[in-house]
Design a protein around this ligand. Structure first.
Ligand code: GDP
Length: 203
């Protein structure tokens, strides 16, 4: 399930502009700005700077396709919840990512990134609920699981924040989607993610 080849294909501003799907399965990474999405992407492909993302949150406003091992796509979507982004941009964001989720027929699962080093934000729950309500398959990826608890972070360990979020989700859906705990510092969860993607592709 390892990544031996990773190649940037295209940045698209609309679903219609995405590369031809040709039945190629794809997985989308999405999460709040600063959740650790570019770090995770780079850790998955074991290459630094592949994501080519700007450090300025909210700047990458495109659907970015990467072809992996010449057989499937990893898709990087812009982060949500960036408070400083103008309202207009935020609305656009919601519109075009939701359009992508609903209309990209080869999308196998959305990998929703949740920062495990802090208590989950309402917007994370909102996002998970929207995906659930629209029957879009999702996998929860908890990031920054290496971080130690800090008073200012709510004083909880990553494991506790993960549990809290799962409970919220369970209250809502009566079930919890598949989930994986990760760290881009220790590479925890990397192989598990790749294995999970391989299993989903073979269904
Ligand atoms: P993005 O905005 O979602 O693409 O987030 P980045 O990948 O740029 O990461 C945001 C910040 O979190 C950076 O300062 C990273 O160094 C840090 N970070 C990302 N992943 C991890 C992780 O697994 N563990 C720790 N401790 N910090 C992380």
């Amino acid at each position: 399930a390892q990544v031996v080849q990773a190649e940037f294909v295209k940045s698209s501003v609309r679903t219609e502009d995405c590369p031809p799907s040709d039945g190629i399965p794809e997985f989308a990474l999405v999460g709040r700005s600063n959740v650790g999405k570019s770090s995770l992407l780079n850790s998955l492909v074991r290459r630094k700077k592949l994501a080519l993302t700007s450090k300025k949150p909210g700047k990458t406003q495109c659907i970015n396709h990467f072809r992996i091992n010449d057989s499937w796509y990893l898709v990087d979507l812009p982060g949500y919840g960036y408070a400083a982004a103008p309202q207009e941009l935020r609305t656009d964001w919601a519109k075009f990512t939701k359009d992508y989720f609903l209309n990209r027929s080869t999308l196998v699962s959305v990998f929703l990134l949740i920062d495990a080093s802090i208590p989950a934000k309402p917007i994370d729950l909102e996002y998970a609920s929207w995906l659930g309500q629209n029957q879009i398959p999702m996998t929860l990826i908890f990031t920054k699981c290496d971080k130690r608890k800090k008073k200012k972070n709510g004083g909880k360990r990553p494991e506790e924040n993960v549990q809290d979020f799962q409970e919220l989700i369970r209250d809502f859906f009566q079930t919890v989607p598949p989930w994986i705990m990760t760290s881009s510092v220790t590479n925890q969860g990397r192989d598990e993610i790749l294995l999970h993607m391989a299993q989903l592709r073979n269904y």
